[in-house]
Design a protein around this ligand. Structure first.
Ligand SMILES: NC(=O)c1ccc[n+]([C@@H]2O[C@H](COP(=O)([O-])OP(=O)(O)OC[C@H]3O[C@@H](n4cnc5c(N)ncnc54)[C@H](OP(=O)(O)O)[C@@H]3O)[C@@H](O)[C@H]2O)c1
Length: 381
């Protein structure tokens, strides 16, 4: 089975997908008669209303950088993390389709592929480059075309950025992230190097990924950070331990990856899902058979809440992130336009503060397996 995923519901319409679409469509159609549990829900009265894209006046700010409230994570378009690498021919229309739907924020990285993801994104953005905010990441070294550890020395960053600009077919990267902290290079040196690249016009904003609050503060003191990108979802909430507060204090935006828990909250897996040893999923602690079985209780809870308002669990999960702070911009990853349509439906979903409090009380009662310890947020990954 591709990328070790069994069953791989990612590769096309399966009975499960059809069942889910059917339920979603019925649920959306029935939203106007939903029960009163969620008092301020958006009344999505048709599938079209939930999938017509993002209004052009709907924007969020990451620091000073204005973007659509939901971006597109492009990683799985070429890396073999969740599915076999897709061709540029099949993925360029997905990126172009996202732009047509009002998405202006695109996320890639040197290490995705490696390199091929940036090529696909660069190809897709030809002719529309100025309409979007393009984010990419550096911080690894490569041997024989494969990732071979971390390396964020200033000279390496400069070489990496030259390669990125070529592959992305652009003259600047709007948001240039350090992908992972390099323990051998002081964060101030990295911030300083990115600051120089910004002065030279090769980048516009500085970002960090999976950093502790301490590292964020140190970097920000050297050169202002625009956004932090780390894993955050209804299930993986460790960044609520000081990372989000630090972003808020410093005026730094937050970009959660894994907003649908790599497909789990998009109803992509079930208790029978299994992954081969060479699959990326096999090394993710919340994708062991035991963890999946245990954690389905969260999907059931979210399904109950989302059914009430006629939306899908994926939409609920992304909307919940949007509701946590105005400086949060999720970047769900997908290789399919119909999944993107579904994910973008989250933008129209609103929660009252009572709903958020009630939902949080419910999730905090659940004992999830495989997620990070709260204190892990205090160290760099
Ligand atoms: N900074 C970092 O260290 C880091 C780490 C990982 C990822 N990222 C970035 O964050 C982005 C998002 O994270 P992620 O991809 O790991 O996790 P994610 O967004 O939680 O999950 C992506 C997976 O969910 C599936 N999916 C999305 N919407 C769906 C829907 N409506 N219905 C069914 N399946 C759906 C996708 O499959 P389909 O393709 O079948 O839709 C894909 O396999 C990545 O693309 C990447 O750009 C950053």
């Amino acid at each position: 089975m591709s990328a070790g995923i069994n069953p791989d519901k990612a590769t096309g319409i399966t009975p499960e997908n059809s069942r889910r679409s059917f339920i979603r469509n019925i649920a959306i159609a029935g939203a106007s008669v939903g029960a009163g549990l969620i008092s301020q829900s958006v009344h999505a009265t048709s599938k079209k209303e939930c999938s017509s894209g993002i209004a052009t006046n709907s924007r969020r700010k990451l620091g000073e950088l204005e973007v659509s409230p939901v971006g597109l994570g492009c990683m799985s378009m070429s890396s073999s993390s969740y599915n076999p690498p897709r061709s540029a021919k099949s993925m360029v229309p997905v990126i172009r389709g996202a732009i047509d739907r009002g998405v202006t924020f695109f996320d890639t990285a040197e290490v995705y592929g490696p390199f091929t993801n940036e090529e696909i994104v660069g190809q897709a953005l030809q002719g529309v480059r100025d309409k979007v905010v393009l984010a990419s990441k550096f911080g690894f070294k490569f041997e024989n075309g494969q990732r071979a550890g971390r390396d964020a020395r200033p000279a390496v960053i400069r070489t990496a950025v030259e390669g990125m600009l070529k592959r992305l077919q652009t003259d600047r990267i709007d948001l240039l992230y350090l992908h992972r902290v390099d323990p051998n290079v002081p964060i101030e040196d990295i911030a300083g190097t990115v600051g120089e690249l910004i002065k030279e016009g090769k980048a516009r904003h500085f970002g960090l990924s999976e950093v502790s609050p301490t590292t964020l503060r140190k970097a920000h003191a050297e050169y202002p950070v625009t956004a932090v990108q780390s894993e955050y979802s209804i299930m993986e909430r460790s960044v609520e331990n000081q990372v989000l507060n630090t972003c808020q204090d410093l005026g730094v935006g937050f970009v959660p990856w894994g907003s649908v828990v790599r497909g789990f909250l998009a109803d992509k897996f079930n208790e029978y899902s299994r992954f081969s040893d060479d699959s990326r999923f096999a090394s993710v602690p919340y994708y062991t058979p035991e963890a999946i079985r245990n954690n389905l209780v969260m999907l059931d809870l979210i399904r109950r809440w989302s059914d009430e308002r006629g939306i899908t669990p994926a939409q609920f999960s992304i909307a919940w992130l949007l509701a946590q702070h105005p400086f949060i911009v999720p970047i769900p990853g997908t290789t399919k336009l119909h999944h993107l349509d579904e994910d973008l439906g989250a933008v129209k979903v609103k929660f009252s503060s009572q709903e958020l409090t009630a939902f949080r009380a419910e999730i905090e009662k659940l004992n999830l397996v495989g997620f990070r310890a709260k204190d892990s947020a205090l160290t760099d990954k």
